[in-house]
Design a protein around this ligand. Structure first.
Ligand SMILES: NC(=O)c1ccc[n+]([C@@H]2O[C@H](COP(=O)([O-])OP(=O)(O)OC[C@H]3O[C@@H](n4cnc5c(N)ncnc54)[C@H](O)[C@@H]3O)[C@@H](O)[C@H]2O)c1
Length: 383
């Protein structure tokens, strides 16, 4: 295929950016041919600003229009799987904005539909996977540089959002409209990176706060502890009400450590011997001397890389990869079937807090859905 014709479903904040990149020629071999939104004002905006592009109110009409080879789904989260299923059924290449959905069972249905169409490309907009910084970290981890995972710690409290942000759309920060708060809107990027870099945890215990310092019903403050099948442990802390937030990820292996600050700077400390070896070789005095740098042999060598973040380019690069996957069979950076993993982690965090104890991953899909419906009902009763 020489030219991939795109449709964008949902031209709010994110869909407008996607439309702009496509219409502005930022994606070689791709053109924007159609957009869709249920909001009349957004359609009027499209008619004025994208005169060459067909504008639809009903996404199924867009899918049936024969005007598109691929779509980007950029609507509220509950709709992602249902729209993706309709698109895949029509053999249209499908890119879904994060998160893949709200609850795992609806995503399993989407993935099952994708499996029926192996020639149709299905991908997730996990734009942090094209961030050169996280690509570097993945390369280091995959090369085994820091050895076997022992601990991962991510504090990502730099997702500051004010009340006006929450009040900007009716679906935001509601159980019924969005399916949660920070775990389904802001943190899916980090939850995907966590599993992309370190693998899936197998046990989760989390404590969530709902409407903390904000007038919303969903979670905006999360503290989670988790474990991996090899016994490694992890913590993940996120919130949207810290004006002076922190973004620091530390991945500790038995042979070194990676420290990432502000998603901009990576420091890699590679130990001269695995910790296990030092553990058996050194007495307390020798250990102190090594730590204080008083020995000929060094505990570790250190390298630092700076990778300034380029938010637009990350998305553009995912779209270039998706277009090349359709046109030339390039391997996908973020295959759609992997979208479920970040959702499974988020679902486990929610369920652990709702049940008041640790849960194993994957959680019981039916129980999660039942508890989520209780939240939706409580929210309705409050109104
Ligand atoms: N990858 C990123 O960096 C990033 C950043 C922001 C948002 N997002 C994701 O993009 C998606 C949209 O978020 P947003 O901030 O643009 O929200 P938004 O509310 O600004 O836009 C959503 C649009 O979808 C439209 N819509 C709703 N239901 C529809 C339907 N049935 N058919 C057609 N259009 C419909 C709405 O009218 C609205 O214009 C979400 O999944 C969000 O998590 C991703």
């Amino acid at each position: 295929m020489e030219n991939v014709r795109y449709g964008v479903i949902g031209i709010g904040n994110m869909g407008t950016s996607h439309s702009g990149w496509l219409a502005g020629g930022k994606i070689p071999g791709a053109t924007l041919t159609a957009v869709c939104d249920i909001d009349e004002k957004r359609r009027a905006w499209a008619k004025e600003n994208l005169p060459e592009v067909a504008v639809f109110e009903d996404y199924k009409e867009l899918l049936d229009s024969k005007l598109v080879d691929a779509v980007i789904i950029a609507v509220p989260h509950y709709l992602h799987p249902e729209m993706a299923i309709e698109s895949l059924k029509r053999n249209i290449n499908t890119m879904v904005e994060k998160p893949a959905g709200v609850y795992a069972s609806q995503i399993r249905e989407m993935n099952a539909e994708a499996e029926k169409h192996p020639d149709v490309k299905f991908a997730m907009m996990f734009n942090q996977r094209t961030n050169p910084l996280y690509q570097k970290v993945k390369e280091i981890l995959d090369a085994g540089t820091i050895g076997e995972l022992r601990r991962v710690t991510w504090i990502i409290t730099s997702w500051w959002r004010t009340q006006k942000y929450y009040d900007s759309s009716a679906w935001r920060a509601t159980w019924a409209g969005e399916g949660g708060g920070v775990l389904v809107n802001q943190a899916p990027h980090q939850l995907d990176l966590l599993q992309w870099l370190c693998g899936m945890p197998s046990l989760m215990e989390a404590h969530l706060k709902y409407g903390s310092h904000r007038d919303i019903t969903v979670e905006d403050d999360v503290t989670a502890y988790f474990e991996y099948p090899n016994g490694a442990t992890g913590t993940f802390i996120t919130c949207t009400h810290d004006a002076l937030g922190t973004d620091r990820l530390e991945i500790h292996g038995d042979n070194g450590k990676i420290i990432i600050t502000d998603s901009k700077c990576v420091t890699v400390k590679k130990m001269d011997k695995p910790e296990d070896v030092w553990n058996h070789e050194l007495d307390f005095r020798q250990m102190l001397a090594l730590v204080k740098g008083q020995t000929q042999q060094k505990l570790y060598t250190e390298e630092t890389f700076e990778c300034p973040e380029n938010w637009d380019q990350q998305h553009i690069d995912v779209l270039i990869n998706f277009t090349n996957a359709i046109a030339k069979g390039e391997e996908l950076i973020a295959p759609g079937a992997e979208g479920i993993k970040a959702v499974e982690i988020a679902n486990a965090m929610f369920l652990s807090d709702w049940l008041g104890h640790a849960v194993t991953i994957p959680v019981d899909d039916e129980l999660f859905y039942e508890k989520l419906q209780e939240k939706v009902q409580e929210e309705k009763n409050r109104k």
